[in-house]
Design a protein around this ligand. Structure first.
Ligand code: PMP
Length: 425
């Protein structure tokens, strides 16, 4: 209630507020894989700030790097060694990265990537896929959850505004394509021939279902964009440094021209970047496309990023294998318990990120399938888990961190069992 007096909307996104009249989650502090609320209740945390905390909360190496740097200056607005070190690490880890530019958050880096693609090609439009999220700026924010009537035909989806106050003309610059449908994609490119600067995707769709691209779809999109001189952009804000050291492009073995990173890149501090081939980054190098921001490349977040990316570069599989294994244990454990309790649930995801949703379907391939998920029941499942000491993303996502151990997974599966045993959720 105190929050509602000074914060517009208060805690409107809180999972408890949207399902019950119980007080919202009010955090006191966090450490590793755990959160504590102001009443002293402890939670295993799979929200992890919506993904950035690949190493959990307040990893000692990140805390040390940031603390040291804070005493040496916060914003320089001039070249410094930490920025170069982080750019070198991104280029070492990410297949498409020859040159890098930094921003603070994912939404603005997406805008930078789209401007760069327009500047490079001289074309006005961007193609995105239905259900994919690319930040909350006007030109990107189109409804993730339109009704199927609003959304238009399955092979020719419409851009449905995501928020009152959003500039309607932003839709003019967007072409929406269905996910995992190569024939429809090719038809849309024919229809807008010579107008499309960039094709943008969440290479593993994470925001409306954890949906993998079909191998032939991803290959087909790569081939067609190359042929038509369209910049292929992977929005790796979630997948970057999380699926694998080199993100989804390493995991799926398909390399885009340009990629956007955020979230996990700086171990929990606000940093984003675009990283691409020298050819695609040329307009920035030549000063023909502007790229700016007061806090870009500030040494405090760069210190955190250097620590985070160094840990990734040093450990590689030794870091990701346990994440994948714990994610697998988690979803298999949930699926087993659901079967025993007669609960319909679909689990998916490659480990460092996994998803659970209430549906009787055996697979989900695109937004149209996802729209049939019982989202209300999914929400109530996650709210019931919160009451059992497990904090997960209400739309069905679970982020794993290197701080989660087997005891966390056991505790979580016991909580899941208790929720499945309780007929009231
Ligand atoms: N792209 C994707 C795929 C995202 O998931 C998000 C945020 N969830 C963004 C872009 C926007 O990033 P930010 O919230 O840091 O602006």
């Amino acid at each position: 209630d105190a929050a509602c007096k000074v914060i517009a909307g208060g805690v409107s996104s809180d999972i408890r507020r949207s399902t019950t009249s119980a007080p919202p989650l009010y955090i006191d502090h966090a450490s590793g894989s755990h959160l504590w609320d102001v009443d002293g209740n402890e939670y295993v945390d799979y929200v992890l700030g919506q993904g950035p905390l690949l190493f959990g909360h307040s990893h000692p190496r990140i805390v040390e790097a940031v603390t040291k740097q804070l005493a040496r200056g916060q914003v320089y607005s001039a070249q410094h060694a930490l920025e170069v070190e982080v750019a070198e690490l991104v280029c070492e880890l990410v297949p498409c990265a020859e040159l890098v530019r930094f921003n603070s958050v994912g939404s603005e880096a997406v805008q930078g990537a789209w401007r760069l693609a327009r500047g490079l090609t001289g074309r006005p439009k961007v193609l995105k896929f239905e259900g994919h999220y690319h930040g909350w700026y006007d030109s990107a924010l189109f409804s993730l959850h339109p009704s199927l009537d609003e959304a238009g035909p399955a092979d020719h989806p419409r851009a449905v505004l995501g928020s009152l106050g959003q500039l309607p003309s932003a839709a003019d610059g967007l072409v929406i394509a269905p996910w995992n449908d190569l024939a429809a994609f090719n038809r849309l490119l024919d229809e807008h021939a010579g107008e499309i600067a960039a094709v943008t995707m969440e290479p593993l769709l994470c925001n409306t279902g954890c949906i993998e691209p079909h191998a032939e779809f991803l290959r087909g999109v790569r081939e067609r964009t190359r042929r038509d001189g369209i910049v292929l952009i992977f929005d790796e804000v979630i997948t970057g440094f999380r699926l694998a050291p080199g993100g989804a492009q390493e995991w799926f073995g398909v390399v885009p021209d340009l990629a956007v990173f955020g979230k996990a890149i700086a171990g929990g501090l606000p940093l984003s970047c675009i990283a691409g081939t020298a050819e695609v980054m040329r307009p920035i190098v030549e000063g023909r496309v502007g790229h700016s921001g007061t806090f870009n490349s500030n040494p405090v977040v760069m210190a955190a990023a250097a620590a985070a990316l160094s840990m990734i570069a040093e450990q590689r599989d030794a870091l990701y294998d346990p994440l994948r294994e714990r994610g697998r244990r988690l979803v298999e454990g949930i699926a087993e318990r659901a079967k025993a309790a007669g609960v319909d649930i679909l689990t998916s995801g490659p480990g460092p990120i996994v998803q659970t949703y209430q549906t009787s379907r055996s697979a989900i391939d695109n937004y149209r399938d996802f729209a049939t998920v019982d989202r209300e029941r999914t929400l109530r499942f996650h709210a019931a888990l919160l009451d059992q000491g497990v904090n997960s993303v209400s739309r069905g996502l679970w982020f794993l961190s290197t701080a989660h151990d087997d005891a966390d997974i056991d505790r979580t599966l016991n909580a899941v069992e208790r929720v499945f045993d309780d007929p009231t959720w």
